[in-house]
Design a protein around this ligand. Structure first.
Ligand code: HEC
Length: 118
């Protein structure tokens, strides 16, 4: 039963997309991008709303260290884009367009309406 629903939804999306280019809104597109940006989803590391997350912890010489992905919903746009364009040791490279980066940026702002910019 559930399978049929998913199939119907998929077909609906499929035909919808070919019939009309702007079938999904910018918000929906941004949400999809955030979850599946042609690679591992941002939320896996940065949290569902970009609030930041501890990825791993380890102990070295008796001291505790944490590997974290920082909060990314409250950065200046320039810094947000720069981070996505420059290679990093921990974060994958995504090759997003300027528009896609902007969509992601505003998507995260909207996910955190009360917190605002830093
Ligand atoms: C594998 C984990 C991982 C994934 C997936 C990931 N990031 Fe990151 N990101 C990091 C880490 C760790 C940092 C900390 C800086 C560094 O080491 O690059 C970071 C840094 C950033 C920064 C800079 C933050 C600052 O304070 O300047 C931005 C912006 C960012 N990520 C956005 C994204 C977006 C958008 C996506 C999805 C398209 C994404 N990241 C996917 C791990 C990840």
């Amino acid at each position: 039963m559930k399978g049929w629903f998913v199939l119907a939804l998929f077909l609906n999306l499929w035909t919808g997309l070919s019939a009309e280019e702007s079938f999904i809104t910018n918000d929906e597109y941004a949400k999809m991008l955030y979850k599946n940006p042609r690679g591992i989803g941002c939320g896996n590391c940065h949290g569902q709303k970009g609030e930041g997350k501890v990825l791993s912890e380890f102990i070295k010489n008796g001291k505790r260290y944490a590997v974290t992905a920082p909060a990314i919903y409250n950065l200046p746009m320039k810094r947000f884009k720069r981070a996505l364009k420059q290679p990093s040791k921990l974060m994958p490279e995504y090759f997003l367009t300027e528009k896609e980066m902007a969509y992601l940026y505003f998507y995260l702002l909207k996910q955190n309406p009360k917190k605002g910019k830093k």
